[in-house]
Write a protein that binds this ligand. Structure first.
Ligand SMILES: Cc1cc2nc3c(=O)[nH]c(=O)nc-3n(C[C@H](O)[C@H](O)[C@H](O)COP(=O)(O)OP(=O)(O)OC[C@H]3O[C@@H](n4cnc5c(N)ncnc54)[C@H](O)[C@@H]3O)c2cc1C
Length: 391
């Protein structure tokens, strides 16, 4: 197995984490990424303790320490007057319970660090401008046909090509995306523009009927990231990068506390985007023969618990462990699925539930509604450690 020639389709956070984990286990994977340059969208991402354990094991402790914002408390507030509905510790209490804390990071900072680590191990590991068109397999390997018609051959293939995965489509057929009725805006605001008094504490969630705003610092506190969710009956395009306007956003959040509206007023128009949220049914199996899936390709997820990238990073570490400690690829993929499918389905379903809880018509009932739930205290979410999870 040590000489296994492994291809990874997709150089997002999941694909790069997989490549790095495989390299550290002694393999020489090749990542095929469709984009001509590696670039992540300008948005934040929260990393909970399971992702932190995984990134520590990948040698990226320094990124957690120096590139992330370290929230201590997160406050859940009422949309009209901003009164606190709940306080949640994201620092010391988590360290005591789960051995790690929450980290808030710019996606590009994490993505850059992963790419640099992969390239430091093997400068040729990431191939850009390589869009996978089709995949097929036989008794000896997997053939990837790229958009330019050229072919690549691997012993095993990991499809880490996101929620609209071409690899998944090839091995399991089409899975229709379903519009959820949620739309979202994301934006980043230079922190020096934000009045400090509306950032008490910096990490905050605001709940209103049918609406949710989550905002937190990234890039070590230099930028303030926000995501604002609303509900719309009509279909909105899937994807991250549809332009919006500050006026449209403010109209949707009329009557909200200045703690939210002020941030929306400050967002530079070229850093404001909107998109529609689509959902897909979780797959029961991720593997066919020599091909398996990872990250959003395997388990597309709604963003309400901020755990999509966390799951992708967990997958990567567990998959590399399974490959490194199995004698046959078939066993490796079976052990990987065994350790991951149930966990991922749990987080996917909890994320759906959380959307409903956050958007409930009576935000004042939030504390009682979420007592003992994943949506607030991370029950069932944070106790997973991909580095030590039996596989
Ligand atoms: C608003 C919002 C907020 C979020 N916040 C959080 C958060 O706080 N915490 C968190 O953990 N997660 C969060 N997520 C989820 C997270 O962003 C995703 O789950 C995560 O990025 C999945 O990583 P991935 O590598 O599996 O897929 P992707 O990031 O989609 O990467 C897929 C890669 O594959 C490439 N690709 C696609 N097709 C092909 C092809 N045919 N050939 C070659 N390459 C291809 C793409 O270019 C891309 O580079 C959020 C998501 C949203 C929408």
């Amino acid at each position: 197995m040590k000489n296994l020639n492994i291809g990874v389709v997709g150089g997002g956070i999941g694909g790069l984490s997989a490549a790095l984990a495989l390299q550290r286990a002694g393999f020489r994977p090749v990542v095929l990424e469709q984009a001509p340059v590696l670039a992540e969208v300008g948005a934040g991402i929260s990393l909970s303790p399971p992702a932190a354990h995984a990134l520590n094991s990948l040698g990226l402790t320094d990124v957690l320490r120096t590139k992330c914002f370290h929230p201590e408390d997160q406050c859940v507030r009422h949309y009209q007057d901003g009164r606190p509905l709940n306080w949640i510790n994201r620092g010391q209490a988590l360290i005591e319970k789960y051995g790690e804390r929450y980290y808030l990071v710019h996606r590009a900072d994490l993505h850059d660090a992963l790419a640099a680590a992969v390239r430091a191990n093997d400068p040729t590991a990431i191939e850009l401008d390589r869009r996978c068109r089709t995949v097929s397999q036989d008794g000896t390997g997997v053939t990837v046909v790229l958009a330019d018609g050229s072919e690549r051959r691997f012993d095993a293939l990991i499809g880490a090509d996101g929620s609209r995965s071409a690899v998944r489509h090839e091995i399991f057929g089409p899975i229709e995306p379903e519009y959820t009725g949620y739309i979202a805006w994301r934006g980043v605001v230079p922190m020096e523009l934000v009045p400090p008094e509306i950032l008490q504490p910096p990490s905050g969630i605001f709940l209103g009927p049918g609406h949710l705003v989550n905002r937190y610092p990234i890039r070590g506190g230099k930028l303030l990231n926000f995501v604002a969710f609303a509900e719309r009956k009509e279909w909105v395009e899937e994807g991250w990068s549809i332009r919006s306007t500050v006026e449209e956003l403010l109209k949707e959040f009329e009557g909200w506390t200045p703690m939210v509206r002020r941030i929306m007023e400050l967002v530079p128009p070229d850093l404001l985007f909107k998109w529609g949220l689509f959902d897909r049914e979780p797959l029961k199996t991720w593997t066919k023969g020599r091909i398996t899936l990872l990250g959003d390709a395997a388990h597309p997820i709604l963003p309400f618990l901020g755990h999509g990238a966390v799951l992708a990073i967990e997958d990567a570490v567990v998959l590399a462990r399974a490959i490194a400690t199995s004698d046959r690829l078939e066993d490796a993929f079976e052990r990987y699925e065994h350790a991951r499918v149930e966990r991922a389905a749990f987080v996917v379903l909890e994320s759906r539930k959380a959307g409903k809880v956050f958007h409930a018509p009576d935000p004042e009932k939030y504390p009682e509604r979420t007592k003992g739930q994943a949506a607030d205290e991370g029950i069932g979410l944070f106790a997973y450690n991909p580095v030590t999870q039996p596989i």
